[in-house]
Design a protein. Sequence first.
Length: 707
Amino acid sequence: MNDSVKLARREDIAVITIDNPPVNALSPGVPEGILASVKAASEDPAVKAVVLIGAGSTFIAGADIREFGKMTAGERPRIALYPMLLAIEDSAKPVVMAIHGQAFGGGLEVAMAGHYRVIVPGAQVGQPEVKLGLIPGAGGTQRLPRLAGVAKAVEMCAFGEPVAAQEALALGIVDRVIEGDLLNGAIAFAREIAGRPARKTRERDEKLGQADPAVFASARDTARKTRRGQPAPLAAIDAVEAATRLSFEEGCQEEARLFHECLFSIQSKALIYAFFGERTVSKIPDIPKDTKAYDIRSAAVIGAGTMGGGITMNYANAGIPVRVKETSQDALDRGIATIRKNYAASVQKGRFSQAAMDERMALIRPQLNYDGFDQADIIVEAVFEGMALKKQVFAEIDAIAKSSCILASNTSTLDIDEIASATKRPQMVIGHHFFSPANVMRLLEVVRGKATSKEVIATSMALGKRLKKVAVLAGNCRGFIGNRMLAPYFREAQFLIEEGASVESVNRTLYDFGWAMGPLAVSDLAGLDVGWRIRKEFQHLEKPGVRVPLVADRLCEMGRFGQKTGRGFSRYDENRRPLPDPETAALIDEVAREAGIHRRPIAPEEIVDRCLFALINEGAWLLGEGIALRAVDIDVVYVNGYGFPAWRGGPMFYADTVGLDKVLARVEEFEARHGSDLWSPAPLLQQLARAGQTFAGYDKRGIEASA
Ligand code: 3HC
Ligand code: NAI
């Protein structure tokens, strides 16, 4: 028998324990082990019932996701969980599934093949396969509607959100919530039900007849809106619908057909890559896992504006007491009122209770001075973007902070080393670049200065996780990873409108590509004045004679700052819906004429290639420079911070799917047309394309070399 599945007996109850760290995935050997154990238990005359439980922190987190790539590459046979699940269900002895942690994906499918399920409070059940571009592939779409009802099964399979223990009980997915020790509780439960006729889930059909056809139509509508461009959620709905019109066996066949279609899609590969990517970014080659991290028990934030307020909320949400300092009572009151309003909205939406909001507010200490900052374990600066001010603030906190205090800046563009030079402890200085709204966006770029210590980096990465962020390490350069790459992307979007594309076609084409918003719509949302101010500050760095976008600055000169003034590239109605603006169109015409730009019709393909390949080429530059550790770090930044579609994996993964030779050819074509200052191909892109390699392959080499 496989080591990852153990069979033992507690008097008259057989206990099967899955012990396959870290999450008891159904890796090769585990299903076979379960099957052999169930068979042995049911043949043992001393056994009255069976309990199946997970060792460690969870029940079963699902199929082993690492195996899917091997299956599609033909290196492994496809998973065959159906026969194992049928065998559990057909076991002569009742099987009780004892759930703690998560029963996700194949884990819930195993659980549903049991005759009973018990669960501890705090555990979750779910079918999150759609998040990997898949659907449940081991009968989940057929057994779940039989337990939870069709509407809930549709929701769980199509949207992938988990259900907590109490709700699972109310829905009929589980039979009892066990307070106290799970194994003892499950054994007692097993003794209680032993001898009673055990019902097979696949034979239960009382909830199938209640299906309202409108459920499917409405779920499809929601999926098309909220999972735009993704076939897996629609396939999951089709599969659950099949349960209402086909026999269990036929329904399973339909599910298997849809599952395999999804499994072989590029989307599924991209989403699986994104899943592992989120975990890979926490691994920093030169910072061993056991690097000492500082204990962060209290925090302080400077500035309670747009970013400072959100950052303060992150700390309070994580239960960390946080002081927040402003320069005037007015600004402080405004900042705190915004925090209160955001929390109240969450209470209103039922995300957490009023008591939880009160607890969070009680952790926040608004103040106008540095009192207590000498006690803080971390101070995060979020004042206006200006080097002189940042240096002044860092000199002030350097004078009061304790020696073990981390000094973080939320700057989005400025040089971390120059900021650090204002202190006598550059090793403690680091960038914590949050994204707006900071209380919502998952990305945190952690920016390493040349002197930043490994301990400070390790602490920042761990802290990111505590704040429920995806922390990605970036090197110090203007714009770090995300904003540096965004500059050529936005530049091309503007060049395209100067050359003849409409604002609407640029926005629409990139939205259709899968971005959450078109680039000009993003600029309008962020405020055109922000870039205008930055461009003025950095004008001295611009190379004379190199083409720069002209329209945004002209809009700003007209007082059109984007959504906040109701007009930018587009006009906005009272519901902030964008409308075409003839005045902008006329301005663009005029700007193009003045600059001698020949206007022509521009096809969507060119819009995608110009914007995406500018982004990717810059990504390859900064990857070659070591600003990003791996291509996957860039992809995680873009998926989590910039609205890049996860189902395309990220810009670098997308480039791999296009083929780096094709990307390079197009970059060279644009270089010939628009000049080397704008389109010089990154050496790394050239090197990989010429060798027939991929960014993913480049990452793998780096990861292997550092192992
Ligand atoms: N297969 C393989 N590895 C997995 C895995 C899985 N299903 N789930 C998690 N892991 C790995 C992670 O990659 C990570 O590895 P690392 O330490 O080397 O980076 C490790 O387990 C721990 O995972 P997390 O860092 O995510 O740990 P958390 O405690 O934060 O979260 C979890 C645990 C909630 C279980 C989360 O990992 C999760 O959601 N996992 C995915 C669950 C899922 O999608 N299941 C469906 C799989 S598809 C399927 O079952 C198809 C079926 O229908 C046939
Ligand atoms: P903001 O203008 O909304 O807030 C800045 C706040 O800092 C103001 O309330 C101001 O009163 C306060 N302040 C100024 N000097 C201070 C001092 N000495 N002590 C205490 N408070 C002081 O600006 P925002 O947007 O929050 O930006 C802050 C920083 O975050 C900037 O460095 C910016 O580049 C960066 N950032 C901004 C993002 C955004 O989308 N707004 C995204 C990521 C980073």
